[in-house]
Design a protein around this ligand. Structure first.
Ligand code: THU
Length: 160
């Protein structure tokens, strides 16, 4: 028996202002997309924006449903738009932001586990890392260089 320590790596920015102009622009698109989220039940709005290799930006937001599990997260709404409309373009970056009507969300909101799994499929498929930036409504922004930094020991097609 042996214990194995698995480390991950994040970069923390104090605010949006510290990001590169490309990442800041992408986060601003996620902030804009968040406004159209359909979240009447949780009142927690999430926006996501992908930057593709040709400069195209694709956005999405969470879509809830009275039958709760039928709703969908912003990240998956957006990634499926990317994969269905631009299947041959590589994804460079993803920006995510969220806010609640109950309080100001000051901590960076990380993508949920199901979104990490879904997103990892596309990073592995394109064989190039996707930078991920996430924040709350205000405050710090966390960046990972790769989706897999958020999902160590991922399940992938090699097991099938
Ligand atoms: N949500 C997202 O859109 N992305 C995540 O990664 C976490 C959660 C949404 C789903 C639901 O509409 C609301 O946030 C509350 O969970």
């Amino acid at each position: 028996m042996k214990k194995v320590e698995i480390k991950t790596k994040i970069t923390v920015f104090d605010s949006l202002e510290e990001l590169s102009s490309s990442a800041k622009n992408l986060m601003n698109k996620a902030i804009e997309a968040k406004k159209s989220a359909y979240a009447p039940y949780s009142k927690f709005k999430v926006g996501a924006a992908f930057l593709l290799e040709d400069g195209t930006i694709v956005t999405g937001n969470n879509q809830e449903n009275a039958a709760y599990p039928s709703g969908m997260c912003a990240e998956r709404v957006a990634i499926w738009k990317v994969s269905s409309e631009y299947p041959h373009l590589k994804i460079l970056k993803l920006a995510i932001t969220a806010s609640s009507s109950a309080q100001i969300t000051r901590e960076p909101v990380a993508p949920c586990g199901a979104c990490r799994q879904t997103l990892s499929e596309y990073e592995l498929k394109q064989k190039d890392e996707i930078e991920v930036y996430f924040m709350g409504e205000v405050g710090k922004v966390i960046k990972t260089d790769s989706l897999l930094d958020l999902l160590p020991i991922a399940f992938d097609k090699s097991f099938l």
